[in-house]
Design a protein around this ligand. Sequence first.
Ligand code: TYM
Length: 329
Amino acid sequence: MPRIFSGIQPSGELHIGNWLGAVQNWVRLQQTYDCIYCVVDLHAITGKYEPAALQRRTWEMAVGLLAAGVDPNRVTLFVQSHVPEHAELQWLFNAVTPIGELERMTQFKDKSSRFESVPAGLLNYPVLMAADILLYRADLVPVGEDQVQHLELTREICRKWNAEFGGGEDYFPEPKPLLTQAKRVMGLDGQSKMSKSLGNTIGILEPPEEVWAKLRPAKTDPARVRRQDPGTPENCNIYALHGFFSPPETVATVAHNCRTAAWGCIECKKVLSDNLNAQLDPIRARAAELSAHPETVVELLGDGAERARRIARETMREVRERMGFLARD
Ligand code: TYM
């Protein structure tokens, strides 16, 4: 059975961009594949962060994923730092990773411009991502579009390592990305990708009144200035979100009522808010239930880490041997 691996950073809330772009696919794929999903806390220390917040967010991310439908009876769900082999393999992959490729990464270029002194972890971030995926010799990686470039680099690291240390064999399979229809969900500013670091998100566990407080001022078609101006749905991010959350007949009504100015943007957003909340309500309820039983979550993350480590240890045994390290005993 092909193996799936994917990860998500606990650097903020689980938002609808993550959900539509990746996590819905995680849930769908768990029916048919051997899936390993990871809260990648080691990735979340590549910028400035608060240790206490990291711990809380790692926990909340695990709860969010479970509430969104990741089923611990079908998949292996764990926290990255609970499996130290990720960091070990990352170090070994540094041996075959060209620094020029790391400097070329769009996310590195974007994020490094925000630092006066750039942390080395920010540059090496994609090497850790390659280690995450290849440690489990995964075939497929469900992600949003922003991770595709990192995945290309993973493929390159994989090829180089196989050529140098594989002993004529492709020990690591080359993983392929799996995208959804919503591979790049735009943020509430209507201009940039929905992203934790840009503060333009809607969290899947936010209460309905907060969802509305964020949707109400969200950017719509910039050419529609007054209520009576007809709008162009194709230029409106709220319309794009209707496409993900409203049934097709509502999407058609929204388009018509926008073009004819029969609805103002607030009416249109109200419908979106109702449809969004209808989908988020059961997720919020499950999250509340899980939060009331933290011991269950602790236990299943422990089981997940144990299962992941069994695979990781075996890979590392092979990798160490192939790379020429002296055996321990
Ligand atoms: P992260 O934590 O930023 O995002 C988690 C997943 O959500 C997707 N995503 C989006 N998809 C569509 N529209 C958006 N606006 C949007 N924002 C985020 C991301 O593409 C991702 O799939 N480096 C990764 C985490 C990672 C990982 C891995 C992923 C670490 N190791 C190994 C796959 C395999 C990241 O920062 O994702």
